[in-house]
Design a protein around this ligand. Structure first.
Ligand code: SF4
Length: 242
């Protein structure tokens, strides 16, 4: 495992970083348009999707959600009562189906024991309290917790994923391995605490990471961030620049 950068982010806020982050947002918005998430019909479906999408594509997550819906399992009450083998069968498209079945069971059990399956009661807590509680549940890591806080509870919590780490490191704004909490703090210190902004920003980062700033062979010539990007300017030959 790569060593995390321990003295980052710097303790002082930077006006330059604030301005740069909003410039990046504006450029991505102009390029991709409105990308707001989360594609789901209910808050329960958002939470289930947030648990299932870890380390797998959204397309495969959708297949599993459809399989759960087809078997009447798209609620935590139904998941709690579900036969584990049937549940695992529905989750096969998500690859780590045994582990993800355990996670759904753990969340269902927590919701039953503490809230009598009332998800709204859980989500209406202040964001810091909610986030701490989510992180105490088996299988809920920081990215899943922040997905739930932002998209299911509609409270301000910036989501960090592999695309965010890759893009902002290539831009030259963050270390290669800043650590989840440090990077989340850095974004939240330099952006207004705005649910709508965090929602859209994360979705735009996802669009760039998925379509343009790929792991190998990023399409820098067609990237809306090229003028701001350290990696792009170092590696894209003059002849291929727009
Ligand atoms: S210019 Fe290239 S490396 Fe930089 S963000 Fe765009 S695609 Fe990624």
């Amino acid at each position: 495992m790569k060593k995390q950068t321990s003295n980052w982010p710097p303790s002082r806020l930077s006006q330059k970083t604030k301005t740069r982050l909003m410039e990046i947002y504006d450029r991505l918005y102009r390029h991709f348009g409105d990308r707001k998430w989360w594609p789901a019909k209910t808050r329960e479906e958002i939470v289930i999707g947030a648990i299932l999408v870890q380390n797998v594509s959204w397309a495969n997550t959708t297949k599993a959600i459809q399989a759960l819906e087809d078997r009447g399992l798209l609620s935590f009450r139904a998941l709690d009562a579900a036969d584990t083998a049937l549940l695992e069968d529905c989750l096969i498209p998500t690859r780590f189906y045994r582990m993800k079945a355990q996670k759904l069971k753990a969340f269902s059990g927590h919701l039953k024991n503490r809230y009598g399956f009332d998800l709204d009661a859980m989500l209406e807590q202040p964001e810091d309290t909610l986030r701490s509680e989510l992180l105490s549940i088996h299988g809920i890591g920081p990215e899943t917790a922040d997905d739930i806080v932002l998209y299911a509870a509609a409270k301000p919590s910036f989501v960090i994923d592999a695309y965010t780490r890759r893009i902002f490191h290539r831009l030259g704004m963050t270390p290669e391995n800043p650590g989840y909490e440090a990077m989340r703090s850095w974004f939240m210190q330099h952006l207004p605490r705005d649910v709508s902004l965090y929602n859209q920003y994360h979705a735009l980062i996802d669009a760039l990471g998925n379509r343009v700033c790929r792991q190998s062979r990023p399409d820098c010539a067609n990237c809306p961030l090229l003028e701001l990007c350290l990696h792009g300017n170092r590696h894209l030959p003059e002849s291929r620049r727009p």
